[in-house]
Design a binder for this molecule. Sequence first.
Ligand code: AMP
Length: 138
Amino acid sequence: MSYDPSNIFAKILNGDLPCHKVYEDDTALVMMDIFPQSRGHTLVIPKAPSRNLIDADPATLSSVMPLVQRVAKAVKAATNAEGIQLAQFNEAPAGQTVFHLHFHLIPAYEGQALAPHGGGKADDGELASLAKDIAANL
Ligand code: AMP
């Protein structure tokens, strides 16, 4: 399947839709997931268009992974989570719902189960505050 430029993350990358931005450079955008599986669920989105891991340019993958690590450390520091889950889904049967490559960083808190993937929307004030705290730890 080919990349569809009308996907929601492409619209956020173009500035046509808002987001709770943590960080942006020439190659990637980092933002809060608005339907978080735990407090501090963050997405790292390479700007280069690809549906997912399968069709991505290897150069995109090698440039984004150091940022994924950097953001994982910042999310952990900002949330005091005991662990961080890295998730990435490829095509609908695997759980992908937005068809522009992205990496989930999901804080894991001792004794707390993760909310389901694609659950309820978080409070905008809380997302804005988390985005600021994570950015401050980058
Ligand atoms: P995936 O299932 O891997 O494609 O993940 C897509 C993620 O994007 C889900 O975790 C959604 O909660 C999240 N999501 C969907 N729409 C938005 C949006 N407008 N802003 C931020 N996150 C979103």
